[in-house]
Unconditional design. Structure first.
Lengths: 237, 282
């Protein structure tokens, strides 16, 4: 019985969330609230565990380290000042530190990893790959399409209306539409994969627990009856 | 209202019902559609097979439970693959996470795969789990500088790292020979590249959800990313290559059927739109 409880709970919450597809309802509201509470609790527990490990590691090794740890924790606590109108300004300090270090860290190498390396790769790409016709076609297309898309977003100068630029813009539009189509296809894959993953659990497909299938049929039937019954009752009254 | 006009105003709940049918039917009655092996899954397997002896591998669980349906099958398959060659190649595997639900996902994996019983792995000697590291990109930079300072204890038993022989020579990013990241978003590959690949030259292979693939492709072309496992279908191919069919293979029929449904809906919607003079109206 104790083994079945987590399975039935998991199936119940999965179906309660999916019940939103029918319409907004109390099952969904309950599951949504519980999920929000549980995920916040989980996050706080992990935060506290990290703090405890840090204290036990290097920060309790000397008086200076303890003082620095205390200052760091105090700065962290200033996040909660945003809930007070009187001390709201204090909240800006941890925010400034987070934003400052985050941007500083990213800017340190972003120009190399996401700009120069991409340009270098584009410049070094061979147009003809011996024995691989598909790769050759791909490389030629990339060599044409990338500059066209870059030029598409060039908004200054008088050459934008020229005949050459009209061709470039058309190629760029087709390139971007192909990109959007690819992104849409992959998005469908991801969304469907989510449903498939949960469906595999609900049906108890190995390595998921086989007991989930009975829970699925039972809870789905109860939810459907209550949802449709509630709608009919409301319609009659 | 004609049938074509009604097709454009169909209640979304009928679409949801159709999706459920198209997904559940092949799961209950597997169609056994062929799974052609693609370039990405082959490259992933070949890359792992070619990992040099005595390498140290950092596996990062950068996704939460919401990413499990797509990423969990490839995580299980990759970990089984890695553990199966660990003894022969004398590998060391360190598992971390930059998403706080990453350890939760790995707990699930450990409830289904026993590294010690199935692969003879000794915890603390062949592999170790360090758990979640906060701070996203800043945390990655800090981990690169000093792994022991970021994670003084392991995750599974909360014991100090000096109790585990595996960690003796693993202290900074230079000690890591490969990062294997499974991820759904930020922090993810761009942050890894900025903090580990560019400054320290650590190679990367990434398993990601389908929606991230167009964003990952340029890094694969530029060579910053050594191999990419894009989504559930590639996971299924990988499971076939390893001859260990798992959740991805079981789900690939449903993927095909659900995409077929979306294709049909798009075609029907477009036919109905143009047949009823929709383009003129708009």
């Amino acid at each position: 019985m104790a083994d079945l409880l987590p399975i039935w709970t998991s199936v119940f919450f999965t179906l309660a969330i999916y019940s939103f597809l029918y319409k907004e309802n109390p099952w969904y509201r309950f599951a949504e609230s519980v999920y929000a509470g549980v995920s916040v609790g989980y996050g706080v527990a992990f935060d506290l565990r990290y703090l405890r490990d840090q204290w036990g590691g290097q920060w309790s090794s000397s008086g200076t380290m303890m003082l620095l740890f205390g200052i760091a924790v105090l700065i962290g606590l200033l996040w909660y000042a945003r809930f007070s109108k009187q001390y709201f300004f204090l909240y800006r300090w941890p925010l400034a530190i987070i934003v400052g270090t985050g941007i500083g860290m990213a800017l340190r190498t972003v120009i190399f990893t996401q700009f120069l390396q991409q340009i270098r790769a584009q410049a070094n790409m061979p147009l003809f790959v011996a024995g691989d016709m598909m790769q050759t076609i791909n490389n030629i297309l990339i060599a044409i399409m990338v500059p066209c898309v870059l030029l598409y977003f060039w908004f200054t100068g008088g050459t934008r209306e020229s005949a050459g630029m009209q061709i470039v813009e058309k190629i760029a539009r087709y390139t971007m539409m192909a990109g959007f189509g690819s992104a849409f296809g992959y998005t469908v894959l991801t969304r469907m994969s989510l449903l498939i993953g949960r469906s595999q659990y609900l049906l108890g497909i190995t390595p998921n627990p086989p007991e989930a299938r009975m829970a699925f049929y039972t809870i789905a039937a109860i939810m459907l009856i209550t949802l449709i019954g509630y709608d009919l009752y409301k319609g009659r009254s | 209202m004609s049938l074509l006009e009604r097709a454009q105003n169909i209640d979304r709940r009928w679409v949801y019902l159709l999706v459920w049918i198209f997904v559940l039917f092949p799961l209950l009655n597997p169609l056994g559609l062929p799974i052609p092996i693609g370039r990405d899954s082959t490259a992933w397997k070949d890359y792992i097979d070619a990992i040099p002896n005595d390498s140290t591998i950092l596996v990062s669980m950068d996704y939460g439970v919401s990413g499990m349906p797509e990423l969990y099958p490839m995580t299980v398959a990759s970990m089984k693959h890695l553990w199966s060659i660990t003894d022969a190649k004398n590998l060391k595997i360190v598992v971390i996470a930059f998403w706080n639900q990453g350890p939760l996902v790995f707990d699930t994996l450990l409830s289904q795969v026993d590294p010690e019983a199935d692969y003879g792995m000794v915890y603390g000697e062949d592999w170790i789990e360090l758990g979640w590291i906060p701070g996203s990109e800043t945390g990655m930079a800090a981990l690169a500088n000093d792994i022991w300072a970021q994670k003084p204890n392991d995750y599974l038993y909360s014991r100090p790292l000096d109790e585990y022989p595996i960690m003796e020579n693993i202290r900074v990013a230079e000690d890591i020979d490969l990062v294997v990241s499974f991820e759904t978003g930020t922090p993810g590959l761009p942050e890894w590249l900025r903090q580990w690949n560019d400054p320290y030259g650590v190679p990367f292979i990434v398993g990601c959800i389908g929606v991230s693939v167009p964003g990952m492709a340029p890094y694969l072309s530029s060579g910053q990313l050594s191999a990419l496992m894009p989504g559930l279908t590639a996971s299924a191919e990988y499971e076939v290559l390893l001859n260990r069919p798992g959740l991805a293979v079981a789900g690939v029929d449903a993927v095909s059927m659900s995409h077929l449904l979306v294709f049909i809906l798009v075609v029907v919607g477009n036919i109905a739109f143009f047949a009823t003079g929709g383009s003129r109206r708009s």
